[in-house]
Write a protein that binds this ligand. Structure first.
Ligand code: HEM
Ligand SMILES: [Cu+2]
Length: 575
């Protein structure tokens, strides 16, 4: 076999050693992490401004934007948040998990910069075309809604850049393994990110199958069946959320380790849970097509109701494993009273800890429960295209993923940007304000949807429609809850941006000297990193509190799920 010459031999790489984690940091990887993280934050700022305009429009008493601008801004918001903010951050995460966590050099930094350039160009192009009013097609860009060809081109350039970065991640970890830059098996966080990267390859290729023909169609070169487009769009759009899921869970493990020194209870089981994601998550894609004509009942039910639950099982494993690991770590510190002293005595002022707990809580209790419920074929008929949908995904991808990413950013500032974190008090409060606001947004949206408020609709009152709208007046109240929640959440978002941008651009340049930001403790990774040996878990150290919380969660799940079947039974009176 011919030997491949890598674009960057070892002797060309420059390293520094991190004084806190003792990791060898490739300076080229560090620069790329910074660039991608800053791009993520900038797009979240633009997407956040759009969020404010949208919320103030759907909040009917304010009803700010005219119809055309509502759909325009909705398109920009969906893209900037779900694509640009999340993916730029994930690419930063891949360079961190691939090169830095493995003490390895990043392979192909020049190519990585080209990928970054493609992503920035693509994302900017999409924003410009959208704001010019030439692509009011919303995030899904369903045919036959037609956008300007440059809109599809922008999406394609962004996706190609992301795919190149993912490939560099794989090359980097393979070379690291060959050169034995780390001992033992790959760290769990990198393992989870590898799962995310594998799902990303499939996702981005499906994206090409959706968007390249859409580009040709908008140029008038070919015809496409809209049903075919919807199918391939969702084999991109759904797994894209599972990349986010796998990345978020990896960050949960990282934050639990950073803030309380938690070790996974059973690392093999956690790794297996990531494998369940890779194998089964794609089948869930069909839940977006549950009311589409043309697919059989059997196809829909098989895809959405059986195999998909194996992926849910993966999430349930993490949902026990992470709080359990936190509980054991806390109990080891002596917080053993009752069922919940370990939780009460948690480092609640440490932003990484509160972001972790709030992210897990809102993701699981609101996002997970509503997701499995509306993903059920029969129940979906009552929820499809109502506000319950954005209510569900603002709990998953906003309260869950976005908050986890925000929490992690604070730690990247001393460790990667090598700046002092400014406005620490703001950082301490930020997860509560963002999370609290987002809780109201999600619940307000879900409650509005339950009353029949339609999704993506500029005007709930249907003032100019030829038919009578059937939305009860109480929907105004729940839309108000969403609007007030949005103002609070956006305040939390602004706090995040101010803390991060102020620290990155004006923070004092210094080497990190401890892992935590607010806590007294200097380095939980070193102080508490005692492996969870089976025997120790008996008695006082067993995660009894987590067990009770998980049981309460399952009860809540069952009640919500079956009340939806009950509501379904009341939806039609058959005479
Ligand atoms: C303060 C934060 C946010 C607020 C107040 C907010 C609010 C909203 C509102 C009111 C809508 C329109 C819902 C409808 O009428 O159907 C919407 C749509 C959406 N949001 Fe957010 N959002 C926020 C953050 C985010 C983030 C961080 C993400 C992704 C990571 C996100 C992803 C989306 C998506 C994908 C849509 C649907 C776009 C479409 O239908 O084409 N949002 N958001
Ligand atoms: Cu989905």
């Amino acid at each position: 076999m011919a030997t491949l010459t890598l674009p960057r031999p070892e002797d060309k790489a420059e390293f520094r050693t991190c004084p806190v984690t003792a990791l060898k940091v490739d300076l080229a990887a560090e620069r790329l992490i910074k660039a991608n993280a800053v791009a993520a934050v900038v797009f979240s700022l633009i997407g956040g401004i759009f969020a404010l305009l949208l919320a103030l429009t759907r909040w009917q008493v304010v009803h700010l934007l005219p119809a055309d601008w509502f759909y325009r801004i909705l398109t920009g918001h969906g893209f900037d948040m779900l694509v640009a903010w999340i993916v730029f951050f994930e690419i930063a995460g891949l360079y961190f998990g691939g090169a830095v966590m493995l003490n390895a050099r990043l392979i192909g930094p020049k190519i990585a910069w080209a990928a970054f350039g493609l992503m920035v160009t693509g994302a900017t192009l999409v924003n410009v075309i959208v704001l010019m009013g030439k692509a009011d097609v919303m995030f899904t860009a369903y045919l036959p809604l037609k956008a300007h060809p440059l809109f599809y081109l922008g999406v394609i350039l962004f996706a190609v850049g992301a795919l190149v970065a993912v490939i560099l991640f794989f090359v980097t970890i393979v070379v690291a393994k060959k050169e034995k830059t780390y001992e033992g098996s790959m760290p769990l966080v990198t393992y989870g990110l590898t799962a995310a990267a594998m799902i990303a390859v499939y996702t981005l290729l499906s994206g090409a199958v959706a968007f390249v023909p859409a580009l040709f169609w908008s140029l008038g070169w070919m015809e496409i069946d809209p049903a075919f487009y919807r199918n391939v769009f969702w084999s991109f759009g759904h797994p894209a959320q599972q990349i986010n899921l796998a990345a978020m869970v990896s960050i949960w493990y990282a934050l639990a380790a950073i803030t309380v020194g938690a070790n996974p209870l059973n690392e093999k089981l956690s790794r297996t849970a990531f494998i369940l994601y890779i194998l089964f998550i794609n089948l869930g894609s069909a839940h977006h097509l549950l009311v589409d004509p043309g697919y059989s009942f059997l196809w829909k039910v098989t895809n959405t109701s059986y195999a998909m639950y194996l992926a849910v099982l993966g999430s349930l494993i993490h949902a026990f494993s992470i709080p359990g690991a936190i509980e054991v770590a806390q109990r080891r510190k002596g917080y053993t009273k009752g069922l919940l002293e370990w939780l009460r005595k948690g480092p609640w002022r440490e932003p990484g800890f509160s972001a972790l707990v709030i992210s897990m809580f809102l993701f699981g209790w609101i996002g997970g429960v509503t997701g499995v419920t509306i993903g059920t074929e029969q129940i979906n008929l009552t929820a499809h295209n109502t506000m319950r949908l954005p209510g569900h995904f603002h709990a998953t991808v906003v309260s869950g993923t976005t908050l986890a990413f925000m929490g992690l950013t604070y730690y990247l500032i001393p460790l990667i940007f090598r700046r002092e974190l400014k406005l620490k008090k703001w950082a301490s409060w930020q997860p509560y304000i963002f999370g609290g606001g987002m809780l109201l947004v999600s619940v307000g949206m879900i409650a509005s949807g339950l009353q029949g408020v339609s999704r993506r609709h500029w005007d709930v009152t249907f003032a100019q429609a030829p038919f009578q709208a059937a939305v009860p007046s109480t929907a105004q109240l729940t839309l108000g809850v969403m609007g007030i929640g949005a103002l609070i959440a956006i305040t939390g978002g602004v706090m995040y941006l101010v803390v991060v941008l102020a620290s990155v651009f004006t923070g004092k340049k210094q080497e990190a000297h401890r892992l935590t930001l607010v806590m007294e403790q200097t380095n939980p990774l070193v102080e508490d990193a005692i492996p969870n040996v089976g025997k120790e878990m008996e008695g006082d150290l067993a995660p009894k509190g987590t067990f009770v919380i998980v049981l309460a969660f399952l009860m809540f799940f069952v009640i919500y799920y079956f009340s939806n079947w009950w509501l379904l039974g009341r939806a039609w009176i058959i005479k």
